[in-house]
Design a protein around this ligand. Structure first.
Ligand SMILES: [Zn+2]
Length: 171
């Protein structure tokens, strides 16, 4: 199986969250968001101004990704704010169960791929359709989940493995 960028995920996510927590994002978005689409225009939908919540959660392009990820993670469809997702990840999905790991991974991979797609459009003038970005998310998640050994074969775990099309040799 080819790598879908999962090795880069941790490194890039570390940078991304550092960038967010430093309060640089709005300033950077304001700085680099100029061009043919006008200042601050979202490069994914080309319809709205870009800020954190729009880019990652409110944008129609991002919402389609989140709903697919929520379906695969077996959670209600939601496009909450970054703070709410982090609260869910740290409070509701605490622990190291296979299901909770897949949900946290789903969150990280989705944010990562939205961020990558946004940057590719701005800096390289290349774009992918939403379904291809979702394929990338799926590939990253499957690459990680397939490495987990001795997954308890509960109904929930089996369901998650099937949803992400994980063919674990230990299963
Ligand atoms: Zn948008």
């Amino acid at each position: 199986m080819t790598s879908c960028g999962s090795r880069m995920l941790s490194q890039d996510m570390h940078f991304f969250f550092g960038w967010l927590s430093n309060g640089n994002s709005q300033r950077r978005i304001n700085f680099i968001g100029f061009g043919i689409h006008g200042p601050n225009r979202c490069s994914l939908c080309l319809c709205n101004n870009e800020d954190h919540n729009h880019l990652f959660f409110e944008c129609s392009f991002a919402k389609a990704l989140w709903w697919n990820v929520c379906d695969r993670c077996d959670i209600p469809r939601m496009t909450k704010s970054l703070d709410e997702w982090i609260r869910l990840a740290t409070v509701s999905w605490h622990g190291k169960s296979f299901v909770n790991f897949s949900r946290k991974l789903g969150f990280a991979a989705t944010v990562y791929c939205i961020w990558q797609e946004r940057n590719a459009r701005i800096f390289a003038d290349v774009s992918k359709a939403s379904n291809l970005v979702f394929d990338q998310i799926e590939c990253i998640i499957r690459d990680k989940l397939v490495l987990i050994r001795n997954v308890q074969q509960t109904d929930e775990n089996i369901r998650i493995q099937r949803l992400w099309r994980v063919n674990n040799m230990d299963s």
